[in-house]
Design a protein around this ligand. Structure first.
Ligand SMILES: [Zn+2]
Length: 134
């Protein structure tokens, strides 16, 4: 209810185009990451726009008699928007690091984050060890 299934679209591995390029050049891997990050950024932005429209639009005017429910739904949307914004910051940051050549390195210990982790989470900022240590 009220979620509209928008959250499910953020996690979508498995539908990447088949690798037709024979070379395993590091550059193509990075281009792949950039594409994935840019797609995620677009997705996050459009979700945020959608949420903004939902909270400011006239959806709520239709039945604002039940104002406690409106408040709850709005709070939920704002919480979701907050999480989306945090993820967006990470994605932008990862794109920035792609630009200056530090992408894939842990921000805490500067060791490589690891391919598997980056594949699962392209916007990861720390290696598995540092992330679990906090
Ligand atoms: Zn680390």
């Amino acid at each position: 209810m009220g979620d509209e299934g928008g959250r499910a679209t953020t996690v979508s591995h498995g539908d990447r185009p088949p690798a037709t390029v024979g070379s395993m050049a590091a550059n193509s891997a990075l281009a792949d990451v950039r594409t994935a990050l840019e797609a995620e950024r677009n997705d996050l932005v459009s979700q945020l726009v959608g949420l903004g429209g939902a909270t400011a639009g006239d959806h709520y005017d239709a039945n604002f008699a039940d104002s406690s429910q409106v408040t709850a739904e709005r709070g939920e949307a704002e919480a979701l928007a907050g999480r989306l914004r945090e993820t967006l910051v990470d994605v932008e940051r990862a794109l920035g690091k792609l630009g200056d050549g530090t992408y894939g390195l842990c921000e805490r210990c500067t060791e490589p984050i690891g391919e598997a982790r980056l594949e699962a989470m392209p916007s990861a900022r720390r290696c598995m060890t540092c992330a679990s240590r906090r």
